[in-house]
Design a protein. Structure first.
Length: 256
């Protein structure tokens, strides 16, 4: 049976509470660029993206702005305009060249579509979302998050999104299962959907966040849902010690 809206909202609140309570320790472990980011830039360079003198970027669920820092270092000669949103203000550093706005996109779209245009962010050359889709509980929300990224991108521009697949690692899968069972008991929740887990943090009590490990068919289905507006430029796996914990999808928005 599909997850109901009430349970999804509870899971979102658990995740938001986790980041508000543990933003400092979590951010300290998230300082290095992901391996897949460089490959993303290589793909975009082949498409002519990195040859531009001015680039505008939209970052959904930006966290501690790791990708912003990476992009600034990787493209030092590019005039970068960077727009970012997140719902954990404590984690987001103040960069003078980043225009940050606080927003919980999932709170704005409990069941249906969400529009970001009310924030006044212009259409960007590149829209990205890393380490976020696995926190989205409802299938309808995942679809709308992806569509929101496409809609925030100019015609001919690019979208990059990552899908975490932590079950690809046997050790991570075993640990996730053990933590998940304990969390369900502590939080008084019923069993979730397949590949849905409540992950812990450093064995700290009551430190849980909701995460979904994506399968390749699920990613296929999501991509198909926005095929009317964007085409797949590249898709590859990277990251983690086994170099297979994230699937990256790079889309190009269709020109009409």
């Amino acid at each position: 049976m599909a997850m109901d809206v009430k349970t999804a909202k509870i899971l979102c609140e658990i995740t938001s509470d986790f980041y508000r309570s543990h933003h400092d320790s979590f951010s300290r472990t998230r300082t290095s660029p992901w391996n897949g980011w460089r490959q993303c830039l290589d793909v975009l360079a082949e498409a002519g993206f990195a040859n531009e003198q001015k680039l505008s970027v939209f970052d959904l669920a930006c966290g501690n702005l790791r990708f912003a820092s990476f992009l600034k270092d990787a493209l030092p000669d590019v005039n970068l305009t960077y727009h970012a949103i997140d719902n954990c203000d404590q984690m987001v550093p103040e960069f003078p060249w980043v225009q940050y706005q606080s927003l919980d996109i999932l709170d704005e779209m409990p069941q249906d579509a969400c529009s970001i245009h009310e924030l006044g962010i212009p259409l960007c050359d590149l829209s990205v979302s890393f380490g976020f889709m696995h926190h989205v509980p409802l299938w309808s929300q995942r679809k709308e998050v992806l569509r929101a990224l496409v809609n925030q991108t100019r015609s001919g521009g690019f979208v990059i999104i990552s899908f975490w697949q932590f079950l690809n690692n046997a050790d991570m899968a075993e640990k996730a299962q053990a933590t998940h069972e304990r969390a369900l008991q502590e939080l008084g929740l019923s069993e979730l959907e397949t590949n849905d887990f409540l992950l812990g943090w450093r064995n700290e009590p009551n430190a849980y966040r909701y995460c979904h490990s994506f399968t390749d068919p699920e990613i296929d289905q999501l991509i198909e849902m926005i095929s009317d507006k964007a085409t797949v430029l590249s898709r590859f796996v990277s990251d983690g010690r086994t170099d297979n914990l994230n699937t990256y999808v790079i889309l190009q928005v269709k020109q009409f």
